[in-house]
Design a binder for this molecule. Structure first.
Ligand SMILES: [Zn+2]
Length: 289
């Protein structure tokens, strides 16, 4: 089974929930590093001829539309990471609908292609957002990759559904790709993205990824452009957050290359086209692990 490599396209200052994080009005005044980091990341990925899904923050796409076009022209999938990087559980259902609709329309206008995927900021889909899938369907999305089936700082959801599954919403359905976890001593742990990928030695992430594949699940890898940039400015935060945000940044680049060498990778869209049989899965009752 193929795995999926995804990029959450946001800048160095889009780190969630820290008291000194710059607010939206200040974003435009900060020295951005997204253009350089994102193109560098695309170059690394293109060298291995891999196609990835790029979840663009709407704000980034509006400011740097050429990055959306560049990724699209290189054959990568364009998807939505919401407009302002707001946590889902901080929004009302209506605010959420407006945010994801605005982002989808913008990305489609820029890329000229249909946008069908969504990922929330910080995997902030929780039990307190029961309208989540309904609003995604209403906005025209066909899949989501926001559920983190393990405890975490923002978001995280208790769920034993680890494999992709379909959720029925009225007469429509949407496919959920939970972030990959593997149980260790009964606890679900992620080894495959962001701070988790940087923290664990690659050999461990690789071994766990092979185990996920043995469970007949794709591994969902996720990275941010800022994670290949050890020279990025540091935001003020407590020691735990500093560790999570900046630990081992120098390791990311080589880990990405190793992932591309060791696993067969594709985009969410291609994965759905290749593996998802509409009749096969309904409402998540199957394929748990
Ligand atoms: Zn994000």
């Amino acid at each position: 089974m193929k795995c999926i490599l995804s990029v959450d396209v946001e800048d160095w200052f889009h780190i969630l929930e820290i008291p000194d994080a710059p607010n939206v009005d200040e974003w435009g005044t900060l020295h951005s590093r997204i253009e350089e980091n994102f193109v560098k990341l695309l170059d690394i990925i293109d060298e291995r001829n891999v196609k990835v899904t790029c979840f663009f923050l709407g704000w980034v796409a509006a400011k740097y539309p050429h990055l959306v076009r560049e990724a699209s022209q290189r054959g990568h999938e364009i998807a939505s990471h919401g407009y302002y990087h707001e946590l889902v559980y901080r929004m009302t259902a209506q605010e959420f609908l407006e945010d994801i609709t605005k982002t989808k329309t913008l990305l489609e206008d820029i890329s000229g292609k249909k946008v069908s995927g969504y990922r929330s900021a910080g995997f902030s889909t929780t039990e307190s957002t029961p309208w989540f899938f309904e609003k995604l369907v209403q906005a025209g999305y066909e899949y989501d990759s926001s559920i983190f089936p393990a405890p975490r700082a923002h978001g995280g959801m208790k769920s034993n559904l680890y494999a992709p599954y379909a959720v029925n919403v009225g007469s429509s359905r949407i496919i959920e790709f939970p972030i990959s976890v593997k149980n260790v001593l009964g606890f679900p742990i992620c080894f495959f993205g962001g701070g988790y990928l940087r923290f664990f030695p690659y050999i461990i992430s690789r071994r766990m990824a092979k185990k996920v594949l043995k469970d007949n699940r794709p591994v969902i890898f996720y990275i941010h452009p800022r994670e290949i940039d050890p020279g990025q400015p540091r935001l003020k935060m407590n020691i735990t957050r500093r560790f999570k945000s900046y630990f081992n940044l120098r390791s990311t680049r080589s880990k990405i290359v190793k992932i591309m060498d060791d696993f067969e990778l594709t985009t969410f869209r291609s994965f759905i086209n290749e593996y998802f049989n509409v009749e096969e899965v309904t409402n998540g009752e199957k394929r748990s692990s």
